[in-house]
Design a protein around this ligand. Structure first.
Ligand SMILES: *[C@@H]1O[C@H](CO)[C@@H](O)[C@H](O)[C@H]1NC(C)=O
Length: 330
């Protein structure tokens, strides 16, 4: 028995490594199978076929959805098409969080899309918090090699007990490795998936210089091809139930050398901000940073970045408050 099961584990692991973990072959679910309404009344619309949904922001409110389950590790993904034209101040987030369960020591893994004035491109921001480490933002910002308003593109988060990898269309763009020095700052408690659209006029575009203009509302973000492939956790018992292949994530979270080359190439060309090089915020770079002098030179020429107030993004009432202050800014 014992040797048979260890052989099966070995075979599964080998298959995972050999295939480079076929991210594109994962099971796509309907909106209702994975998600439920979070806030924003009828500003969340699920299409009749159940396979796609849209979130909108207008002068009344933003909107959002949340996963039905809590997950400890997994691969989480959606295809997203962003609103076009004037989108300054608009923020769309696709993220994991347990902020509703742990007020003081929550974890978070974020993709945030920051709108722009007409003719200027959307930017993406990624960030990670662990155990309430909100005093230490680990933001990075990038521009994209395509126009995210023209078509759907896949944005994915892989989270294992040792790695977090952010992907855009299966290109890894950032890897966060759990390290001794990061300590509890590496997300380690079960989280839900969220997606929201909201008014970030105060900070999202050029440090708040350009806010949301409701003349161009509604701002609509479209979502499809939902993948929630992880270990679900019972909120009371806190006991994870894993899909066999999700258990293998820690082994497959190692990037191949060709994936790593793609990631490095992306970062060299597209990264416009990294907390590791922000000497205004961090006199000494946080311990996990590996500072490259050439990168430091390149990234220092970019303007300082303003960040949103995390604490105000979670929970229904706070989302509503934000939408209200948005309409006041009209
Ligand atoms: C998380 O933070 C709490 C204090 O808020 C601390 O007591 C605990 O040791 C931390 N856990 C880890 C794993 O660092």
């Amino acid at each position: 028995m014992c040797s048979l099961s260890s052989m099966l584990v070995f075979m599964a692991l080998f298959a995972g490594l050999a295939s480079g973990f076929a991210l594109e072959k994962l099971h796509v679910i309907s909106f209702d199978e994975g998600y439920t309404h979070l806030f924003g009344d009828q500003n969340l619309v699920v299409r009749k076929d159940g396979k796609s949904a849209r979130l909108s922001l207008d002068e009344r409110t933003g909107s959002g959805f949340v996963s039905n389950d809590l997950y400890l590790h997994g691969f989480f993904s959606a295809k997203i098409k962003l609103p076009a034209d004037y989108t300054a101040g608009v923020v769309i987030a696709f993220y994991m969080s347990n902020g509703d369960m742990y007020e003081k020591n929550h974890d978070e893994i974020d993709f945030e899309f920051l709108g722009n004035i007409r003719g200027k491109e959307w930017r993406i921001q990624t960030n990670v918090y662990g155990n309430g480490s909100t005093h230490l933002g680990r933001e990075e910002r990038y521009n994209l090699w395509f126009d995210p308003t023209e078509d759907f593109h896949q944005y994915s988060i892989l989270w294992s007990d040792s790695h977090i990898i952010f992907y855009v269309d299966n290109v890894p763009i950032r890897e966060v490795k759990r390290s001794e020095s990061m300590g509890g700052d590496f997300p380690s408690k079960p989280m839900s998936l969220y997606s929201t659209i909201w008014d970030g006029s105060k900070w999202a575009t050029d440090g708040g210089k350009y806010g949301v203009n409701y003349k161009y509302a509604p701002y609509i973000a479209q979502f499809s091809e939902f993948v929630l492939h992880g270990c679900t956790v019972d909120p009371i018992e806190q006991f994870p139930t894993c899909d066999a292949s999700a258990e293998d994530l820690s082994h497959v979270a190692e990037l191949t050398s060709s994936q790593r080359r793609k990631m490095e190439n992306f970062r060299r060309k597209r990264m416009t901000y990294s907390y590791c090089y922000d000497q205004t915020r961090y006199k000494v770079a946080p311990p996990e940073c590996v500072v490259d002098p050439a990168e430091a030179k390149r990234l220092r020429v970019y303007d300082p970045v303003t960040f949103g107030d995390r604490g105000h993004r979670h929970g229904k009432s706070r989302h509503r408050n934000r939408a209200v202050s948005g309409s006041e800014a009209m």
